[in-house]
Design a protein around this ligand. Structure first.
Ligand code: ADP
Ligand code: ASP
Ligand code: MG
Length: 442
């Protein structure tokens, strides 16, 4: 019989200091199947603290502006020195610090700088556990265009892991074809964990964090939300894309190939069963699986009489965004009006140009951009079998006086997306949660 194999990823909050390292090591050692470990950089030790990754970015930016970085750099090095000392380890990272400091001065790149948090934490973790260290730079690859090279990575990493019974592989970064380092987007150690899980064909990918799994809503917005026991890959992607920050939204892609389940677990409460993320799952009793949302969206609205008779209108409108390399979130439209919803951040410095180009190409009656929109996704595989779900969402939001600016229901009936004013965000999230969860459990 094949022995069980697990990949375990520990987030920054789970490796913020020596005490957390001890907890993580205890978890790893308590199950011999936990053979491959993917650590993040040290996170916040308390609410006022800073994440090492943020400190690294700030330090690198200061160096790029020609500032003296000695103080900033020492502050970062001391975070690692503190962990090494408190764990009673004999390793020294002083040579690495010196290499880093010089690389910062020689503008080795922001990604290089950020990657050092994971690299150094990985070195400490490998020394503490007595596991081999595999540098992600040697096994995780990006292509020239900056996208992740999944096949080359899977080949090289898969082979490498066979040579190591137990190993630590730092999260978040890999290398470009020209050997410079590149990181995934923020929170990307979750993706590394998933890549390692695929490469070694493990039975389970455990993602250890500071909450006992996915909650039905962000606990910072809804008080004491219920935990989600089981969520499917597709539901998870909808929820994490829309702001449920527990797991990076791209984490499911590598494991999806092999159908490997992900278990979100709490380092501070290891016996809690957490959330299982599975390829498929039957709908359970509840209509919705979770709610997530994000602020910071804008709507570009174009009006033109008889728009419906103009062939290619939509394509021309989107071609402006394509030229600007802007991706859009939603495309609600009426007979003589078309809107595109985009993240407000992507419009920075380009509003006038986009408006001008759309005017030239579309000759509209009017065109305007409205900011301050929040999107909320109500997600659930159970919706298909539950008529009236949309009506319940609207009733809940309407009953607290919140106006809906946009509605989009995916044809897969897995989600309903609402666009509302940012100022109504918290109120709407709580109203929807109450409608489907609180009031139902009474
Ligand atoms: P890590 O450092 O382990 O990578 P993250 O900070 O990236 O952890 O993710 C965990 C955090 O995600 C939680 O502490 C919580 O504040 C936040 N979060 C957002 N939405 C949810 C949700 N629906 N369920 C649980 N936690 C959530
Ligand atoms: N340390 C990186 C970040 O803060 C990656 C991660 O935590 O997953 O974004
Ligand atoms: Mg994270």
């Amino acid at each position: 019989m094949k022995t069980e194999l697990k990949v375990v990823k520990f987030g920054g909050s789970s490796l913020a200091d020596a005490e957390h390292f001890r907890r993580a090591a205890e978890i790893i050692r308590s199950d011999p199947a936990r053979r491959y470990v993917v650590p993040s950089a040290p996170g916040k030790r308390s609410s006022g603290d800073e994440k090492v990754t943020d400190l690294l970015y700030a330090c690198y930016d200061a160096a790029s502006h020609g500032e003296n970085i000695n103080l900033r750099f020492e502050h970062i090095a001391n975070r690692f020195r503190g962990i090494i000392e408190d764990l009673g380890l004999t390793i020294s990272l002083e040579d690495d610090f010196e290499t880093m400091r010089r690389a910062f001065m020689h503008k080795a790149g922001r990604d290089y700088a950020a990657s050092r948090g994971e690299y150094l934490n990985g070195r400490i973790m490998s020394a503490y556990l007595g596991y081999d260290f595999i540098d992600a730079a040697d096994v995780i690859f990006f292509k020239d265009d900056g996208t992740f090279d999944s096949e080359r990575t899977n080949d090289v990493l898969g082979q490498k892991l066979k040579e190591h019974e137990r190993a630590v592989i730092p999260g978040f970064y890999g290398s470009m074809p020209n050997d410079t380092l590149k990181t995934f987007s923020r929170g990307g150690s979750d993706i590394t964990g998933s890549i390692v899980a695929r490469a070694c064909e493990c039975d389970l990918y455990e993602n250890w964090t500071d909450v006992s799994g996915f909650m039905m809503a962000d606990p910072r917005i809804v008080k004491d939300p219920l935990p989600i026991d089981v969520v499917t890959y597709r539901e998870l992607r909808e929820l994490s894309y829309m702001g449920a920050g527990v797991l990076h939204e791209e984490s499911i892609f590598p494991v999806r190939f092999a159908g490997i389940p992900i278990n979100i677990k709490n380092t501070n409460d290891p016996s809690a069963k957490g959330t299982m993320i599975l390829p498929e799952a039957p709908a359970d009793r509840s209509v919705i699986t979770g709610i997530a949302g994000k602020k910071g969206f804008s709507v570009i609205t174009v009006d033109k009489d008889l728009m419906n008779t103009e062939v290619g209108f939509g394509r021309r409108m989107l071609s402006v965004l394509e030229r600007e390399k802007i991706n859009f979130e939603h495309l609600p439209s009426g007979i003589d009006t078309m809107s595109v919803i985009v993240a407000t951040s992507v419009l920075e410095g380009r509003r006038e140009r986009i408006m001008d180009e759309m005017c030239d190409l579309l000759n509209p009656d009017s065109i305007q951009i409205d900011d301050n929109m929040a999107l909320i996704a109500v997600v659930g595989r159970g919706m298909k079998k539950a008529p009236g779900t949309a009506a319940r969402v609207f009733k809940a939001v309407g009953s607290v006086g919140v106006n809906i600016r946009m509605i989009d229901q995916g044809s897969s009936e897995l989600n309903i997306i609402l666009g509302i004013e940012e100022k109504d965000f918290e109120k709407a999230m709580n109203a929807i949660y109450s409608e489907f969860v609180r009031d139902n459990s009474k």
